[in-house]
Design a protein around this ligand. Sequence first.
Ligand SMILES: Nc1ncnc2c1ncn2[C@@H]1O[C@H](COP(=O)(O)OP(=O)(O)OP(=O)(O)O)[C@@H](O)[C@H]1O
Length: 274
Amino acid sequence: MTDVDKFVFPDEMPEHYVIDINDAKHEIALSAHDLEVFYGEKQALQKTNLKFERYKITSLIGASGSGKSTFLRSLNRMNDTVGTVNGQIMYRGLDVNSSEIDVYEMRKHIGMVFQRPNPFAKSIQENITFALKQHGIKDQAVLKERVETSLKQAALWDEVKDNLDKSALSLSGGQQQRLVIARAIALHPDILLLDEPASALDPISSAKIENTLLELKEKYTIIIVTHNMQQAARVSDYTAFFHMGEVLEYDLTRKIFTRPKVQRTIDYVNGNFG
Ligand SMILES: Nc1ncnc2c1ncn2[C@@H]1O[C@H](COP(=O)(O)OP(=O)(O)OP(=O)(O)O)[C@@H](O)[C@H]1O
């Protein structure tokens, strides 16, 4: 990749432009190889090859139905029961998509946060300790430390530290979403997948989630589906543009938003969807 791109004439524009991040220069946390997804007969994701750099935020953008969630959900095997997923997802030398993988264990490393906050009907504290206990962590001092650290990392600690025994359902939507993020990071994942985590939130809560993500990227590799172009431009290092089940363009975010190379990307980021 060069920082200075030569001018591309419209009739020379590519239909696809997907960068292949250089593994020798950048650490790759996760990569998809010829990943395709079918729901019954319908192919929702065409063969996709993407590499995700460690400690960076990658946004997945594109119109409704373009396959972003299908791709994201496949990365930690959330599509196993609803579709057929072919191809490889490489994580630390293992293929996440292989039948040999212990999916429960894998999701400790590759966590997911959904669009609608989904806290358990338990206390704030128990929301975080529940999965930790399931994974065999019983030491009270360790649990206490994980509760505090994860709530701090999710930028919720100051708001809830005096009410850890209160029901999580008493929190606002924005606080619930940060609690769900805290719950995910308490397991010390490597990779955090987020499916439109701020779309159901007001602008202030949404801004808090964005700040949280920017802080989290020091420790986690983040992949986020978003419909919000400004959000993608503000928080992410890389952006992939999906169109009708295909990645048409994948590049550094600043390039996608300043000089995309594919006409459909130009139309999408400029708001011309027609
Ligand atoms: N469980 C499912 N069963 C059948 N078809 C599905 C299922 N989930 C998604 N699809 C179809 O797969 C295609 C891609 O959907 P997907 O949800 O991945 O798109 P998206 O880009 O994430 O959309 P949105 O932004 O609206 O969430 C769509 O045509 C959708 O209708």
